[in-house]
Design a protein around this ligand. Sequence first.
Ligand code: DGJ
Length: 735
Amino acid sequence: MAIQFYQNISDEIKGIFKLDTKETSYVMGVVDSEGFLGHIYYGSRLNDYRLAHVLRVKEAPFVPSVNNRDRGSFLDSFPMEYPAEGLGDYRESCIALETRGGNTGLSLNYVSHKITEGKPALLGLPASFGEKSVCSSVEILCEDAHTGVQAAFLYTVFEDVDIITRSVRVINKGNEELYLTKVFSACLDMDNRDFEAVSLHGSWARERHIQTVPVSHGKLSIESVRGESSHQDHPFMAVKTKGTDQDHGEVYAMHFVYSGNFKVMVQNDQFDQIRMTMGIHPEGFKWKLGPGEEFQAPEVVMTYSDEGLGKMTRTFHDFYRNHLIRGAYKDKKRPILINNWEATYFEFNTEKLIAIARQASELGIEMLVMDDGWFGNRFDDNRALGDWIVNEEKLPGGLKYLVDQVNKLGLKFGIWFEPEMISPDSDLYRAHPDWAIAIPGRVGTLSRNQYVLDLTRREVLDYTYESVAKVLRSANIEYVKWDMNRQLTDIGSAYLPAERMGELYHRYVLAVYELQDRLMKDFPYLLLENCSGGGARFDPGMLYYSPQIWCSDDTDAIERLKIQEGTALIYPLSAMGAHVSDCPNHTVGRVTPFETRGHVALAGTFGYELDVTKIPAQDREMIPEQVAMYHKYNDLVREGDYYRIASYSENRYYDCYGVVSKDKKEALYTFVQVLNRPNYHSRRIFFKGLDPMKEYRIEGEEGVYFGDVLMKAGYLVQNMWGDYKSRLIHILEVS
Ligand code: DGJ
């Protein structure tokens, strides 16, 4: 049994919950006196549940307690499973409310629990899933007797993949309406062990760079109040013991299955205890909860690794591939696409697209994606969002004609939308100015000359859905790129009443989920790729709807090394939208070999983003080879175990990573020499993930080596001359 409850443990502890995965244990205790749920242990798997002696219930200096001094639960030192605000735990809280009378404070105390097989869905939210045979759940119900507020904590244990997920449902059992001003989804209290925090930060075109900093006293918080998960911060944090690297050391990680405002925080307190919390950002959040109503907070995915960051990475990859990504393309090779954005920007027409498609089909490319600019008056990015009607000046004969022609050339057809937006210069805005999110009377803040639609209004949501669906029904469209090119500001809705205005941010995210859910139900064969000005909404929430997400608008192979390293820290390679583009690169002006661009894009979904009719002939001639390379390696890249061998972000000269098949019969390592150095024309690298006892050969070379030789003694990458050069090393078991 993965979840056990043991009763009547000691005078102080009335029950212990023990959650076990294959290699980890998570233990909580219920304090007898007040019924607080305390955190006891998370780490490598334990045989025994008798851990009551380590739950800190004793008095600490200058710390408030609900009862008198000789009882348990001194709130500012007690390791709380889900801390509430206002009654004496001064650390970061997980939940806060306001009653109608303006009072705050609550105390959540154990009432009951229920253990079940499988995992219930979360209403309206994306969440991981699993059959009854692979996961089990416990819902622990706690209550604040004073307000009648209940919180149901759902923990699900995915035994085989070493993942525990958490979420919280708040129920108003009282007689009065109240306002939730904060509802986080998870908390992890532990003693500090010289922890360092790992997070992902960035900006447009340089998303998800890895950052590691010491966890010092005070709070470190990573957050977004931009209405989306953002380019800038990522809803992820890991704390690791000092010195932890890819292969050694302890890591505790949390990842948020949500696409809106978030806050993830680590705090080192006065007693050198650390608290990690994760949830919806409380800024701009105020949720009215009437009697009998419920609020469902999104899910947090947690894992623990005692074999460094590499094991954490592989755990997340397996988990997302098997328990979050869905749809027709879940475990399937994706068509190699060519997207016309960097090829033409807004200057294209049917003739141009057909010319690209014709050339592409001769080279083995499998799908043409028509990007921004095909609708309304969209001749540049200043107008027409919302007017989802084909621009027949650009596409004479309409969409169906174009799609049919492309299909005749043997290519599938995909299309770009930005459904959540409205341009002030659009027929839609002229007809419905109140459909934009705006503060009445205030001149709205524009970004890329557009506003965000108020999707909390049912009519707006329905119009938005129908705009997309109608186009999809009109021709044989097999792929959608769903873009979102501005972050939210001016939070105001002409529809929501004043007391619900604090719900807009979250309701907006729920509406996006509803739209994509409907889309996937009505068009189940569709390949959906989410995108947000590059990778600003690359998060597990969106991954639930689309098996791939555009990683970044920066397609330069060298910039991509950092972006893809950070992304692959948590996401499977099959999810990372990656394309070969033209040079000089449109974002940084760098010129890299076409071969290197292909090798780097191979670590993602793989495709092209260039005008194939105009690129240099020698580059074009390489495309059939790259197409063959994709077909040869994609199963391995999509399904294999990922190993990080060297990081260009750390060493400044070269990058190396590999994927190894689950049966360890095959591996592919990618080496990129970013900058050459005198006397480094050959470099020894140490492969990872092979079977030490298997014999391997390296494709294209003489010799047979045991796995342990290749991993411990290494392999010499030779004759690397010049900058930005790359090599693939394909290793096969000798049978
Ligand atoms: C931002 C995306 O990331 C690009 O790939 C492209 O689709 C543009 N938007 C189009 O406006």
